[in-house]
Design a protein around this ligand. Structure first.
Ligand code: FE2
Length: 405
């Protein structure tokens, strides 16, 4: 007896309807053959089934703060967040907002989030609140935390120690922000130290890198070189890298991209935020989006992250990863059918690979973490931001708006 059968669905790999069988929380069969008797059957005709959405770049500590940002600049966002940290932040506050968002995200089919957590607070209230939430959601949602020195690794005398302490507490990944260090040289040095730290501790690294309109902000070059020097190929992510949108084309294509490919850097772009915060200081105003097609052609793993929702950097958003993907597809001229299919991977399998989620995917033998969408194909689901009919976690069926069945 099976536990669950989902009948008559399409998937990104099956344009004709198939059945998916689940036993003991794992997928045991995918195919056209008749499924055996099951404790529960979902009639999936007219629906498509995907592996869950994965958001590889988010900030759970600032989510839902609703702090305004009148200028719409990165600088005002950082300054307003600093003021909030000083006046209002508590571990309980972070926990409550992040929990509310995770519930919203789960209902939208997101089952894994990599969240940066600001470690520039001496009390590490963000890390405390998010570690508590990660414990509570263990098994229900994959939460990975990045020790992120928002105000700079050299932004205060104790940030170094605080970042180490956050890792000691259980934060998973080493973060950084070289373009926000006091000088360019400090940015370079921060990358050496932070990647050595990742190598010493056997951790992944994810760096907010070159999130600026300055075409001469080339920290990603150092990030790639340090990755190769330390043997961290395939373990380091470059987040944002919006400066690549305005770099000299010769440098980008002939020097930087080959370096990034040699380092097997993954790239996490954050289209909604990048388009909104970037380009202010150029004329004509550019799109502030990394050239994802060029990166894909070079074999780099690309993911699209939501980054922020209702916080000092971005006032909108509702955990709709299709919305995130589509901004990148528009600005990156990724509208061919093959290109859109590749974009689907930027919110599913690619970020899962970046996060190292080993038991992920719509494949026999994997855990039955799935999302069922009210659209006949993956393309229509993307086109219409299709309603989530069911979110399935380890074979347990949740219907958004209802409790577990
Ligand atoms: Fe970010």
């Amino acid at each position: 007896m099976l536990d669950l059968v989902i009948t008559g669905v399409t998937t990104p790999h099956h344009s004709d309807p198939i059945n998916v069988s689940v036993r003991d929380g794992s997928i045991v069969a995918i195919g056209r053959g008749p499924a055996g008797p099951a404790r529960e059957t979902i009639d999936g005709r007219g629906c498509c089934l995907l592996p869950p959405f994965v958001d590889a770049h988010f900030h759970l500590d600032s989510v839902l703060t609703r702090i305004p940002n009148a200028s719409g600049t990165l600088r005002e966002g950082i300054d307003n967040w600093a003021a909030y940290k000083k006046a209002s932040l508590s571990a309980e506050d972070v926990y409550a907002r992040a929990k509310a968002y995770c519930e919203q995200a789960f209902a939208m089919g997101i089952q894994a989030i990599r969240s940066h957590v600001d470690v520039c607070d001496p009390a590490l209230r963000g890390a405390e609140g998010l570690l508590e939430l990660r414990r509570e959601l263990d098994g229900k949602m994959d939460i990975q935390l990045v020790a992120f020195p928002q105000d700079g690794y050299y932004g205060g005398p104790d940030v170094n120690a605080q970042l180490h302490r956050a890792l000691d507490m259980g934060v998973d990944v080493v973060g950084g922000i070289p373009h926000n260090e006091p000088t360019y040289g400090h940015g370079t040095e921060s990358l050496r130290e932070l990647l050595e730290l990742a190598a010493d501790r056997g951790l992944l690294a994810d760096i907010h890198c070159d999130e600026t309109d300055d075409p001469h902000s080339r920290h990603v070059e150092t990030l790639a070189a340090q990755t190769v020097r330390l043997g961290l190929q395939g373990r380091v992510s470059a987040s944002h890298i919006t400066s690549t949108a305005v770099m000299d084309p010769y440098y980008l294509s002939r020097r930087l991209i080959p370096l990034m490919a040699a380092a097997q850097l993954s790239v996490i772009v954050n289209p909604l935020i990048n388009v909104h915060l970037g380009g202010h200081f150029s004329h004509p105003m550019h799109r502030a989006m990394a050239p994802i097609r060029d990166f894909m052609d070079a074999g780099l793993t690309i993911a699209c992250g939501q980054d922020c929702i209702e916080d000092p950097w971005y006032p909108l958003g509702y955990a709709e990863m299709f919305e995130v993907l589509k901004m990148a597809a528009h600005t990156g001229h990724m509208m061919g059918l093959d290109a859109l299919r590749a974009m689907l991977d930027t919110i599913t399998v690619n970020p899962a690979r970046i996060m190292g989620l080993t038991d992920y995917g719509l494949e026999t033998g994997r855990r039955a973490h799935l999302v069922l969408l009210d659209a006949p194909t993956w393309f229509d689901a993307m086109r219409t931001n299709a309603r989530r009919v069911a979110v399935i976690r380890g074979g347990e069926v949740y219907r958004p708006g209802r409790s577990a069945e």
